[in-house]
Design a protein around this ligand. Structure first.
Ligand code: GLY
Length: 375
């Protein structure tokens, strides 16, 4: 525990109290965005399905509240229907099974969770394009769409499932794919200034880069803040799993861009490069995810550098706690207000998002020294 952990302890207690209440309504559902105070529940195949059970596991690890464990286990069991659904699954298999099966395996050593996690890792590995060295992001969203050559920065957070699978089985294939994808990201996604592309489109036959697409950012050349957060944490995790210095340098570059562009209260706008006239909503989820990456970075750099990243991570989490937390509201299920899911599509803007809640709790858990990463 460090000198600032007093507030983190207080925030943790408030989280435990609030989730004890909200879990009675959310149960073993799959929340994504809280609209007018209530989390909308999504089908089990939606990419966010792992965050609520992951959050429950973070709390269970400390509280040993059996009810939270049962809910998380029920979420994981529901994912069994999805794993056999070829059409629904995309690269976010990593988010989904890391925070359910891998988390339960790490906490309880459960054999059935290990089997599920390995099956999911196989499906993720099967999305690898050997010519372009990228993991394909999505399947066609509509009849006739060809997105076989699309890769997205978010996938950096899916790679830990592959590292876990190699570590667990001793089979290096999964890790080899994770490394080749991360190397591709270094070349095609991370820009010299530390900002990142959201989507890069390749020719799926030749592997040649065709174009950059703005995706959830404002424009191809803008700087979507959650994308930057995925890059900070994802690259730090790739360094954590491989020891490769290039990933550490990339994580630092993205981190410096992120920190240099934060507003006064340390919580990012949804895009760091917005033209006049476009509302600069906050994306608290980007702040929470980046904070987790910064805290990991703090453990990976020299002692002289460490304080910079640790203090920045704490500063963001502290601001989320005091300025964005919905702790005492009886009419709001979300923990952290003001997330922006998808501005270009006008979806879930300025609302609590389950991944913002998840990464906030993960960040607290790290500040408080609770235990190993699920990633
Ligand atoms: N992975 C999708 C998102 O960040 O909204």
């Amino acid at each position: 525990m460090n000198r600032q952990s007093g507030w983190a302890q207080e925030a943790w207690q408030k989280t435990v109290t609030k989730v004890a209440r909200t879990s009675k309504r959310i149960g073993d559902g799959f929340p994504h965005a809280s609209v007018q105070g209530e989390y909308k529940l999504e089908p089990a195949y939606w990419w966010t399905a792992g965050f609520w059970p992951g959050l429950l596991w973070l709390l269970y690890r400390e509280t040993k509240d059996e009810q939270l464990k049962l809910l998380a286990e029920s979420c994981e069991q529901q994912l069994d229907q999805v794993i056999a659904d070829y059409y629904r699954l995309d690269h976010d298999i990593g988010f989904m099974w890391t925070l359910t099966s891998v988390a339960r395996y790490k906490l309880l050593g459960a054999e059935d969770s290990k089997r599920r996690g390995l099956l999911a890792a196989n499906l993720l590995a099967a999305r690898f394009n050997v010519q372009g060295n990228f993991i394909r992001a999505w399947n066609p969203w509509h009849e006739g769409e060809d997105n076989a050559g699309w890769a997205i920065i978010d996938c950096m957070m899916n790679l830990p499932l592959l590292h876990w699978a190699s570590g667990t089985t001793g089979d290096p294939r999964y890790k080899q794919i994770a490394v080749r994808h991360a190397d591709m990201v270094l070349e095609h996604f991370i820009r010299p200034d530390g900002s990142v592309n959201h989507i890069v489109i390749f020719d799926p036959h030749t592997g040649e880069q065709l174009e950059v697409n703005g995706g959830q950012g404002f424009a191809p050349e803008s700087a979507w803040s959650r994308g930057t957060a995925w890059a900070i944490y994802g690259m730090a995790l790739s360094h954590h799993h491989t020891g490769d210095e290039r990933y550490l340098q990339a994580a630092k570059r993205a981190a410096h861009f992120f920190l240099a562009n934060l507003p006064e209260d340390s919580v990012p706008h949804w895009d760091f490069r917005l033209p006049e006239g476009i509302t600069a909503y906050r994306d608290s989820s980007a702040g929470a995810c980046a904070a987790c990456g910064l805290l990991l970075l703090a453990d990976q750099v020299s002692e002289q550098e460490s304080a910079l990243y640790r203090q920045a991570g704490e500063r963001i989490l502290h601001s989320l706690y005091v300025n964005y937390g919905a702790w005492d509201s009886e009419t709001e299920e979300g923990l952290i207000l003001h997330g922006t899911s998808h501005y270009p599509e006008g979806k879930n803007i300025d609302v609590p998002l389950i991944y913002g809640d998840y990464y906030f709790v993960e960040g607290l858990s790290r500040l408080l020294g609770h235990g190993e990463l699920f990633w």
